[in-house]
Design a binder for this molecule. Structure first.
Ligand SMILES: [Zn+2]
Length: 196
């Protein structure tokens, strides 16, 4: 069967890559992770909604992420910016603190994009970051007490084109410490509640 008149319907499923059991200490940590995964998979992650618990009943901490092609197509956009044109992409990830207090958990609400992902992806116009794989590697090696400069060498070994440098590794290790401390604080808070 020839596919005639069906070329405009491109669907790209990224559910798998954004599915994780990982727990995050803060919404920022979720965003950093999602942007890393996005960069590795040519998806430009944006914040769709960010709610903070403010004492009003029913309103809880929540972070909703989307793809930069989400939202209505805007005809006022110049034709030279096709790369960033919105096409109402339904891609959506939700993050919220888990009820057991172990951190923020991530849920893929809609993992399918209604557009192709670019062959040439330049990522966010921000500082170099570790890819999701590199992040994982830094985590593993840090747990095994490997020195940062050796971690850098290891990552360069795996990928000579890696943008990793000692600053990125130190930053990542710092984040890990904050996350650890964060979950410990939540646990202490929970124990205190049980005590009361
Ligand atoms: Zn999309």
């Amino acid at each position: 069967m020839a596919q005639i008149g069906n070329t405009s319907q491109i669907l790209v499923n990224t559910t798998d890559v954004f599915t994780t059991d990982q727990k995050f200490a803060t919404p920022d940590a979720v965003l950093t992770w999602a942007r890393d995964v996005g960069d590795a998979n040519k998806v430009n992650i944006i914040i769709t909604r960010s709610d903070k618990k403010n004492g009003i009943r029913g309103r809880n901490d929540k972070l909703v992420l989307g793809c930069d092609k989400g939202g209505k197509y805007d005809s006022s956009q110049s034709s030279t910016t096709t790369a960033s044109k919105k096409c109402n992409c339904p891609f959506k990830i939700r993050a919220a603190p888990s009820t057991d207090g172990s951190g923020w958990k991530v849920q893929v609400i809609h993992g399918v994009h209604n557009h192709g992902l670019p062959d040439q992806y330049h990522g966010h116009p921000r500082k170099a970051r570790l890819t999701a794989d590199e992040n994982k590697r830094v985590q593993d090696l840090t747990k095994r007490k490997v020195a940062p400069r050796h971690i850098v060498l290891d990552l360069k070994d795996q990928n000579p084109e890696s943008v990793v440098d000692a600053t990125l590794v130190y930053r990542k290790r710092h984040m890990m410490q904050i996350q650890e401390r964060g979950s410990r604080t939540e646990l202490q808070h929970l124990l205190q509640l049980l005590d009361d």
